[in-house]
Design a protein around this ligand. Structure first.
Ligand SMILES: Nc1ncnc2c1ncn2[C@@H]1O[C@H](COP(=O)(O)OP(=O)(O)OP(=O)(O)O)[C@@H](O)[C@H]1O
Length: 254
């Protein structure tokens, strides 16, 4: 199972991606969660301690590794487009609560045409995770799909946009849908998070086609408590974990 979770900053994609990863791990599945966010914080939501997380350097910032693998010249006038990356998840990933975390970080691509060695590395690692690993792979990504190529999208099972009940979030869903369609992805699904009441739910059901709506997670202060304490929402909120379990069951049926 290969799942990409996107959404604009702060909507709850990390909460959702981490809980989903923990649910798969609870079934004894091999789970690899990759953080592809400039603001990487998936580790805390998975239950890692701060000391371990402080020791992790995102792959995008490992200049030496990128240079060595891509054989990049200092002025980027030459570099390999197919660097070896298949050992990277096992060498640099760290495991906690049955989930292997790989922090990729991200690279400002400055538009679709821009390539640089770091970007090539990330794209290649993601491609490798999606096409060549047996694990359940969950990618926690920022709103864009810059690090995805057509070859990668073919191996994805689910593209999920996490949204809040609000116009800006719905716009993000539309943008991702457009980007995904350019990459040949037929369906983008939505998880609506932080839904407070019946009006919020109605707003979501009016804006998102029923076939795209995977499920709803209600606003719950336990999730915020978990975050404040740097803990995994999975260990803190049975209610939200149950809501995400239902969404997972739907994913597994598709
Ligand atoms: N269902 C919920 N109820 C209440 N608070 C929530 C809920 N889901 C997420 N939050 C809170 O919203 C904030 C953002 O959540 P989270 O970090 O999961 O979002 P994100 O989209 O990954 O953000 P970023 O892009 O900054 O990484 C956190 O403080 C989190 O505790």
């Amino acid at each position: 199972m290969k799942i990409a979770v996107t959404g604009k900053g702060g909507v709850g994609k990390t909460t959702f991606a981490a809980t989903l990863a923990r649910l798969y791990a609870a079934e004894e599945k091999h789970v690899l969660a990759a953080d592809v966010d400039p603001d990487a914080n998936l580790g805390l939501a998975l239950g890692f301690d701060e000391e371990t997380l402080d020791s992790i350097v995102p792959i995008s910032r490992m200049r030496k590794l990128v240079e060595e693998r891509t054989q990049a010249k200092p002025d980027n006038s030459f570099y390999l487009l197919n660097p070896k990356v298949d050992d990277i998840p096992d060498t640099y990933g760290k495991t906690c609560n049955g989930v292997k975390l790989l922090v990729l970080g991200t690279v400002e691509t400055g538009g679709a045409g821009c390539v640089c060695p770091e970007h090539v590395m990330l794209k290649r690692i993601i491609n490798n995770l999606v096409l060549h690993r047996d694990d359940v792979v969950i990618l926690d990504m920022e709103a864009g799909l810059e690090h995805m190529g057509r070859g990668t999208t073919e191996g994805m099972d689910q593209f999920i946009v996490v949204i809040e009940p609000g116009a800006r979030s719905v716009q993000t869903y539309k943008n991702v849908k457009r980007l995904a369609s350019d990459l040949g992805v037929a369906q983008v699904r939505v998880v609506a998070n932080k839904v407070r009441n019946a009006e919020d739910e109605e707003f979501i059901r009016n804006k998102i086609p029923a076939e795209d709506l995977l499920g709803i997670i209600h606003y719950n202060t336990e999730v915020m408590d978990a975050d404040r304490q740097g803990k995994s929402p999975y260990d803190f909120s049975e209610t939200v974990t149950d809501e995400i379990r239902k969404i997972k069951e739907k994913i597994d049926r598709q």
